[in-house]
Design a binder for this molecule. Structure first.
Ligand code: DC
Length: 220
């Protein structure tokens, strides 16, 4: 199997690019953030205090997470329910980043993600794919962009979806999430030595996607 890891901070364009490259090149796209988001949603529903890591750890076993592909689209099932439509809010983004610091959550996600990569050619995006989940990946990309550019992209996306937001608070949220994702003790976001860094700040998403597709084609 060929395994491609794409890591980087929130809003760098990972999912758009990985999705496009996977569909152009016949890989399965695995959005690992969506799995952490589903766990975040589960804890919100249970009313768990998201700063209580022990409470999160003790509830993670009952959160059944499965990934299915329907018409080529990844669906995250939470105890059998497709929660794709419920995991993109700011509230769930924040909860995902909080549950992601808990070792028991990470362990469960890692096992699931490795299982998928064993069976399929995958382009998997996240924070710890190259460093922890697939350390032997055939290609590792670290995709980044400045916080200003990432905040502007997220703000524009919100506006297009008709979601009211404010640029300064979108930027503050991104910086806070980066900090938590990069400084946690368990599998923090890092650029590993064997990753190729692509800074998409001054590239269009199309340019970044074709740069990555060229690297993947070069593997064969
Ligand atoms: O990529 P995303 O924004 O959907 O991810 C949501 C949160 O999940 C992110 O703030 C950190 C966490 N995450 C992680 O810790 N490890 C991953 N491989 C993917 C996401």
């Amino acid at each position: 199997m060929i395994n491609i890891a794409i890591d980087g901070p929130a809003g760098a364009g990972k999912s758009t690019i990985a999705k496009r490259a996977a569909s152009d090149l016949g890989y399965i796209y695995v959005d690992t953030g969506a799995m952490f988001r589903a766990i975040g949603l589960y804890m919100i529903r249970l009313g768990v205090d998201l700063s209580d890591t022990a409470a999160i750890a003790s509830n993670v076993e009952s959160a059944g997470i499965d990934i299915e592909y329907r018409d080529g689209v990844q669906c995250v099932l939470l105890n059998g329910e497709n929660v794709n439509g419920l995991i993109r809010s700011e509230e769930v983004s924040d909860a995902a980043s909080k549950v992601a610091v808990v070792p028991e959550v990470r362990k469960k996600m890692l096992m699931l993600q490795r299982g998928i990569a064993r069976e399929h050619d995958v382009i998997m995006d996240g924070r710890d794919i190259g460093s922890a989940v697939l350390p032997d990946a055939d290609l590792k990309i670290y995709l980044t962009a400045s916080a200003d550019v990432r905040a502007e992209r997220r703000y524009k996306e919100n506006t297009e979806k008709g979601i009211a937001s404010d640029l300064e608070s979108v930027k503050a949220d991104i910086i806070e999430r980066d900090k938590r994702d990069m400084t946690r003790s368990e599998a923090p976001l890092v650029k590993v030595d064997d990753a190729i860094e692509i800074d998409s700040s001054y590239m269009t998403i199309e340019e970044a996607a074709s740069a990555i597709e060229d690297l993947i084609r070069g593997l064969k």
